[in-house]
Design a protein around this ligand. Structure first.
Ligand code: FDA
Length: 389
């Protein structure tokens, strides 16, 4: 069987690419159904893009690489597509756009667009052998107990990264890149919770608050969640993409709360309340209890000097913690790193040295922040390759 284009991976990027390629197109996936990560994304409502998406929201060894594709297929182009399919959506927070109904609507949209473009889809199919031929690529695919020989002019790697192997994530794109001598940067789990080895936060599990998480390079103001194993929540996931083993992180528990002024004001109004009780009006009570084991909070407000209150405020705004690690690929939303962007054209996603070979989506060393950015990269890079083919 001969195709113009074979796309490996029926995820966000692969399906978007298939919707834009001309000619005879086949999309191959080993999972039972296409777009499984889309289906589970955004708590079942798919945070499909971000109103503020721009190159600054992506990590890559070459931060300029993503610019061209993002500019040529923007978040508003995808919103337009969503509108044309009559899918209702809303902004949840920070420009994050979600379906009102279900993420399955986005999968249906992509399947619809693929059908319109005349692309074929094979699920539960595995690539067994792949090689370069004179005019393109030859591959063996196992499907419904049969081994089939296929050939194509263009081959698109869209099998994503390694996060959540239980959902079928594999390193196939990196292996194929290696086979063709394309460099792959170091890969690691990103957008992932931090773990602490000593059961440090057992008593705080379930406590959530707004916080600022930072390291020496960046900081994020979003929700923080304590778990049995460590720290999670958007601010933690965001920082994890910038974190390296052995590095301490800083937690500001009161980024927008003028605690010093509030406590001093209360002290002036009599100050008969216990400091802990007053603090628990502004921070979760369980957190105050926990912190009081480490920071002195004894006595009533009236007993606290300005110096004491200022010391307390400083401790609350700069809590240094040393994660022992992360939850890894088991729960990571994305994989940081991937096929080195130096190997690809930023306009078409085609490998510079291997004509006809393309790489798109998470398989490439372009990783978005939390908040719809990773899907936007899948749409933009899929569109770039699809329209170039
Ligand atoms: P994607 O992973 O979508 O697709 C790859 C496809 O290749 C899969 O269908 C897989 O089965 C197939 N495949 C893999 N190995 C194969 C092999 N060996 N043979 C054949 N097929 C193979 N992002 C965002 O912007 N907003 C959000 O709300 C979320 N939410 C979210 C929740 C959770 C729980 C996760 C894990 C991730 C997110 N993300 C997200 C990230 C987002 O899902 C991710 O970045 C994109 O799906 C990447 O799209 P790709 O098409 O590159 O890979």
């Amino acid at each position: 069987m001969t195709y113009d284009t074979i796309i490996l991976g029926a995820g966000a990027a692969g399906m978007m690419c298939a919707a834009h390629c001309g000619g005879r197109v086949l999309v191959i996936d080993h999972a039972k159904a296409p777009g499984e990560k889309i289906r589970i994304s955004g708590g079942g409502r798919c945070n499909f893009t971000n109103m503020y998406a721009g190159p600054g929201n992506f990590l890559s060894r070459n931060p300029h690489f993503c610019k061209s594709a993002l500019a040529r297929y923007t978040q508003w182009d995808f919103v337009d597509l969503v509108n044309r399919h009559g899918i209702a959506w809303h902004e949840k927070t920070l420009g994050q756009l979600f379906c009102d109904g279900s993420s399955k609507q986005i999968v249906a949209l992509l399947l619809d667009e693929m059908e319109r473009a005349g692309a074929d889809l094979w699920v539960q199919s595995s690539v067994r052998d792949l090689r370069k031929t004179e005019n393109g690529f030859g591959l063996q695919v196992e499907r419904e107990g049969q081994r089939l020989s296929l050939s194509c002019t263009n081959l698109v790697l869209a099998t994503g990264g390694k996060s959540i192997p239980k959902m079928g994530a594999t390193g196939l794109a990196y292996d194929i890149a290696g086979q063709f001598d394309l460099r792959v940067t170091d890969t690691r789990a990103a957008l992932v919770p931090f773990t602490f080895s000593d059961g440090k936060f057992n008593d705080l599990s379930g406590v959530a608050l707004s916080a600022r998480l930072s390291n020496d390079r960046t900081s994020f103001d979003e929700a923080l969640l304590f778990t049995h194993r460590g720290l999670s929540g958007p601010s933690v996931l965001q920082l994890s993409s910038y974190w390296r083993e052995g590095e301490a992180i800083r937690v500001n528990l009161i980024p927008d709360l003028p605690v010093f002024d509030l406590l001093r004001e209360q002290r002036q109004n009599g100050g008969r309340k216990a400091l802990k009780t007053e603090l628990a009006r502004h921070l979760p009570a369980r957190l105050v209890d926990y912190l009081s084991q480490h920071i002195s909070m004894s006595g009533n407000l009236a007993d606290q000097s300005d110096a004491k209150l200022s010391e307390l405020t400083a401790a609350l705004s700069d809590w240094q913690l040393l994660p022992s690690g992360t939850e890894g690929y088991r729960t990571a939303e994305v994989t940081l790193g991937g096929i080195d962007t130096d190997e690809l054209s930023s306009k078409t996603m085609e490998a510079k040295e291997i004509p006809g070979l393309y790489a798109i989506g998470e398989a490439v060393d372009v990783t978005g922040w939390l908040g719809g950015y990773n899907f936007q990269w899948a749409w933009s890079s899929g569109h770039a390759a699809g329209t170039a083919i």
